[in-house]
Design a protein around this ligand. Structure first.
Ligand SMILES: C[S@@+](CC[C@H](N)C(=O)[O-])C[C@H]1O[C@@H](n2cnc3c(N)ncnc32)[C@H](O)[C@@H]1O
Length: 237
């Protein structure tokens, strides 16, 4: 049987999974990520979970198709509520909104206490998720940018620890380091600059005084993004 192929987005998550780890995929749906890792010998066993019966059935069907039922555990549960620290030291949570991801982590403080590696791939709410991680004792060690179609996805590799406070622009774009190898970084910053400009234009036409603090916040974000884009350009020379 031909090995399973992953979309670039899931492939970016898969490539961050350490060899030989105890792996769990929360919100697995079809379980493609776990099957890819098992087939390539990255992990020997995978726990896959989902909130809903339908997606978990799809995960079982994929496992059966690839003959991997005996190397996978299936769990119907909300987030990490029925997964214990002994069962996983690398946890992927991909393809969900940042707010959902942070509420899953907030309900499972053991991921911090047991030193888990978290691979988080938020589809939205990246600023809120980055800020929550920083304020709750996690460090974003690495951010991968992955283009798929016209979208640039982000994957965070996270572990417990202290992260210096993020500026408003860093909450939007993640912290950049001179040594980062990130060919898509300039494009990502441009997209965020455009998004901030559009939001500012929208609020500038508003007459409501209650919009003023949000407008000031967005202007701080845009100024920071402009600075980061300039800094990044200089580092690439
Ligand atoms: C869009 S799919 C993503 C599937 C896969 N992880 C991926 O990235 O391609 C999101 C999945 O997360 C599941 N989900 C949503 N909230 C969840 C929660 N609190 N706990 C577990 N699974 C959840 C949904 O049922 C759905 O199957």
């Amino acid at each position: 049987m031909r090995p399973i192929e992953l979309s670039p987005r899931l492939r970016a998550v898969a490539e961050l999974v350490p060899h030989g780890t105890r792996f769990a995929d929360v919100g697995t749906d079809h379980a493609y990520l776990a099957v890819w890792l098992l087939q390539r010998g990255v992990v020997r066993h995978a726990l896959v979970s989902d909130l809903r019966q339908g997606p978990l059935e799809r995960a079982r069907a994929t496992a059966e198709h690839y003959g991997l039922m005996d190397r996978m555990t299936f769990r119907l549960c909300d987030g990490l509520r029925q997964i214990s620290p002994e069962e996983a030291d690398t946890i992927a949570i991909a393809g969900m909104g940042g707010e959902t991801i942070l509420s899953i982590l907030a309900a499972a403080p053991w991921t911090k206490e047991s030193g888990c590696r978290l691979l988080l791939q938020p589809m939205s709410g990246q600023p809120e998720l980055r800020l929550w991680l920083q304020e709750n004792g996690y460090v974003i060690e690495q951010e991968q940018l992955c283009p798929e179609g016209r979208t640039l996805y982000t994957v965070f590799s996270v572990c417990p620890g202290e992260m210096a406070p993020l500026t408003p622009a860093e909450q939007w774009a993640g912290r950049q380091r001179r040594e980062d190898r990130a060919p898509m970084r300039a494009t990502y910053l441009e997209q965020l600059q455009r998004r901030a400009c559009r939001a500012i234009e929208g609020l500038q036409s508003s007459k409501r005084t209650s919009d003023a603090p949000r407008l000031a916040e967005l202007e701080r974000v845009l100024a920071g993004l402009n600075q980061m884009a300039e800094e990044w350009k200089q580092w690439q020379r």
